[in-house]
Design a protein around this ligand. Structure first.
Ligand SMILES: Nc1ncnc2c1ncn2[C@@H]1O[C@H](COP(=O)(O)OP(=O)(O)OP(=O)(O)O)[C@@H](O)[C@H]1O
Length: 334
């Protein structure tokens, strides 16, 4: 079964920077089944994966734990070789020409750093300067820009191990960009960051994409990252692509619900709006009502205001994790 395709983001017209065609990755996992007996089991981490990403796009790549996201990114960087299928990134077969590809891509793994732990931050950048043979003027320009936009100025002489998580993450993002990569793979770039650091990282990525046209493939469990950065989302589950399209379309596929949070002037029995909405929670004078995401909140608000002593009210957008879960639930066998 192919992925569900949303109504956009429209046909791919720009040049294709990343392409996967029927890509598979199977791991042989050996397991002990007795004193001397071992059994080899196949884990199909990625299965029949086919998609393209045009230059300049920011794509969210999401799915539950163990879905195959990291395996895909490892194949796209050349760390892992596919068991079957064809991958091209900037015209290069990643597993065959990993070193040549390394000059064209940047990678940030949120859960581990590529920076030198005991050295001041600037030393990792100097090493990258030499390793990638970045022309001096370009290195200076890129470094200055990252230092300014990621606010690294006061951190350059601090050993990496002394940086906070958010500071280190900004340091890692800069390290991935000094050699002007055309593609940036980001695996959980905002994990563990506070709200302010998250916002800073997102703003930086938006600017980078707008000004330099850097293509970004973003893996995250923080769906606000996706909402704020990506027009297109790919959802993977059990190694297969199950959705490819805009985020709004994902809501529709998931037939999700929005929530009205209603504060009444006093505690009352659950609000009754018939089939239009249903009460999912009551806590004192506050009630939560779920209604279809596609519907408008306005008539519901009007009815509540007319029939109940209303003190305050707000609308909550669907939790996208829930949308995805619902989507899987509705598609047995994917
Ligand atoms: N080196 C490996 N050897 C054996 N199995 C592996 C290996 N790497 C990944 N897997 C398996 O492949 C499947 C996909 O794993 P992967 O790490 O790609 O998922 P993920 O979507 O990145 O998950 P998460 O969100 O938890 O990081 C899982 O079942 C995992 O156990």
């Amino acid at each position: 079964m192919g992925p569900v395709t949303g109504p956009g983001p429209g046909p791919v017209t720009g040049d294709v920077l990343i392409s996967l065609d029927g890509v598979e990755k199977v791991f042989d996992v050996r397991r002990r089944t007795g004193f001397l007996r071992r059994e080899t089991r196949e884990v199909r981490a990625v299965d029949s994966l086919t998609f393209t990403v045009p230059r300049g796009e920011i794509v969210g790549y999401i799915g539950p734990n163990g879905a195959g996201k990291s395996t895909t990114i490892k194949m796209l960087t050349g760390i892992l070789t596919p068991s079957a299928g064809r991958i091209r990134v900037a015209g290069i077969d990643p597993s065959r020409e990993r070193t040549r590809l390394a000059r064209r891509i940047g990678v940030v793994f949120g859960q581990r750093t590529t920076l030198w732990w005991d050295l001041p931050l600037i030393d990792s950048y100097r090493l990258a300067h030499r390793m990638y043979r970045i022309p001096d003027a370009r290195y200076r320009e890129n470094l200055d820009r990252c230092v300014e936009l990621l606010q690294l100025g006061e951190l350059l002489d601090v050993p990496v191990r002394q940086l906070s998580l958010g500071q280190r993450m900004r340091g890692d993002i800069a390290a991935a960009l000094l050699h002007d990569p055309e593609v940036l793979y980001l695996d959980e770039p905002t994990i563990g960051l506070d709200v302010v650091s998250k916002a800073r990282v997102r703003e930086f990525l938006r600017d980078l994409n707008a000004e330099r046209g850097t293509t970004v493939l973003l893996t995250t469990h923080d769906l606000t990252d996706i909402e704020q950065l990506c027009r297109r989302v790919m959802v993977i589950d059990h190694g297969r692509l199950v959705y490819d399209g805009p985020l709004t379309g994902l809501h529709e596929v998931g037939e999700s619900e929005r929530t009205l949070v209603v504060d009444l002037e006093r505690e009352l029995p659950p609000i009754d709006l018939g089939d239009a909405a249903r009460v999912v929670k009551v806590e004192g004078p506050r009630q939560w009502l779920a209604f279809p995401a596609r519907g408008s909140a306005a008539p519901l608000v009007a009815r509540i205001a007319a029939e109940y002593p209303l003190a305050d009210l707000s609308v909550r957008e669907p939790d996208i994790e829930a949308v995805i879960a619902r989507m899987y639930a509705g598609r047995p066998g994917v």
